[in-house]
Design a protein around this ligand. Structure first.
Ligand code: UDP
Ligand code: MG
Length: 342
């Protein structure tokens, strides 16, 4: 009888380890050429690792996609994942992680604010045995005071509220071992706050301080609206303290209302000025109403997220994979629409 099907044969052992670099890109036509040049420069200094560079086009409306396609055509280390629309930075990063085949995976922004050379130091730490090497920003030149101040405040509030310790001033620029990547892939949540999720995973993690550069060209793809959403995702996904806060506010207002009731009754029973007090009544009603609305709002935020989770839609829709194997990367999270060799 013939040997059982060869699909069970083990893959040939790979001698060199593979490093995957994931780069989310949204309307980055002005920077993508320079980013690839800098990544190639970095790659020429890496001698003992194979590289795969996965560019995720998060529904760009400019020339980004065409430019990346061209890069993939001439250099087979580059791969492309095209989203069917803009799904957001965190989801783009997730798609890259899902598709990465490397023994370690690095996340890096497309705008060169995170210098690719720093990855060399990350690789060093990884070889020392760390599973996560995250870049901590020592300074952020070229960003508005508003952005720096809100980011600073956000990381501190998150640090206070979060149920898992999340390092301060740390973005998504980081290296993760295969073990961490596999754990992330098993986390199905939809409101994705990747840096928090990586902290939650555990294993051996270490910080690598680096100087953040200014954006190479173009403008930030994080308008205020996306920043607020990102911050809400971070806090609500990693903390239930706002719910406790709403109970606290409810109790406080009930207590104040009780004092008011006692006061009103005392006036009514023991004095003859009881017709007055309309002001107090209004203040009481408005105050309690306000607190109730806040509490309902907080509840609503969580319930909205529960609703979102139970719909179980795919997290993203890929229009096309370019440069991966014939069947595309092995994926569980997304329907594959099209897969091109190159
Ligand atoms: N990005 C993305 N989808 C989005 C917004 C941003 O893929 O909806 C990418 C963007 O191309 C960049 C990275 O996420 O590579 C970080 O965005 P950006 O530099 O604009 O944010 P900032 O550094 O200003 O916070
Ligand atoms: Mg940036």
């Amino acid at each position: 009888m013939a040997e059982p099907s060869s699909i069970f044969a083990a893959a040939p052992p790979r001698e060199r380890q593979l490093l995957s670099i994931v780069v989310p890109c949204f309307n980055e036509e002005e920077v993508i050429g320079e980013t690839v040049r800098r990544l190639n420069e970095f790659a020429s200094e890496v001698h003992d690792l194979d590289l795969e560079i996965i560019l995720v086009d998060d529904g760009s409306r400019d020339a980004t996609r065409g430019l990346i396609r061209e890069i993939c055509r001439v250099d087979e280390r580059y791969k492309l994942i095209c989203f069917a629309r803009n799904f957001g930075h965190q989801v783009a990063v997730t798609a890259g992680i899902d598709a990465a085949a490397g023994d370690a995976v690095v996340l890096i922004d497309a705008d060169l604010q995170d210098p690719p050379e720093v990855i060399l130091q990350m690789i060093g730490k990884w070889r020392e045995g760390f599973d996560v090497v995250y870049g901590t920003r020592m300074d952020r030149p070229g960003e508005s005071l508003f952005k720096i101040a809100t980011a600073r405040a956000f990381y501190r509030v998150l640090g206070r509220l979060s149920d898992v310790p999340i390092p301060l001033d740390t973005g998504d620029f980081r290296l993760m071992s295969r073990a961490v990547v596999e754990t992330l892939k098993a986390m199905p949540e939809r409101d994705r706050f990747v840096r928090g999720m990586v902290s939650w995973v555990g294993f051996r993690q270490t910080a690598l301080p680096y100087r953040r550069a200014a954006r190479f060209a173009g403008t930030s793809k994080y308008p205020l609206r996306k920043m607020v959403r990102f911050a809400t995702d971070g806090i609500l996904s990693f903390s239930t303290k706002p719910l406790q806060l709403s109970i606290g506010m409810g109790l406080l207002s009930a207590f104040v209302a009780l004092l008011g009731i006692v006061y009103a009754l005392a006036l009514r029973l023991f004095t003859d000025i009881w017709v007055e007090g309309w002001t107090a009544l209004m203040i009481g009603v408005l105050f309690i109403g306000g607190v109730q609305l806040i509490c309902t709002g907080i509840l609503g935020e969580y319930i909205g997220r529960i609703y979102n989770e139970i719909k179980r839609r795919p997290l993203y829709v890929v229009q096309e994979y370019v440069g991966f194997d014939r069947n595309g990367p092995s994926l569980s999270r997304s329907p594959v629409v099209q897969c091109r060799e190159r």
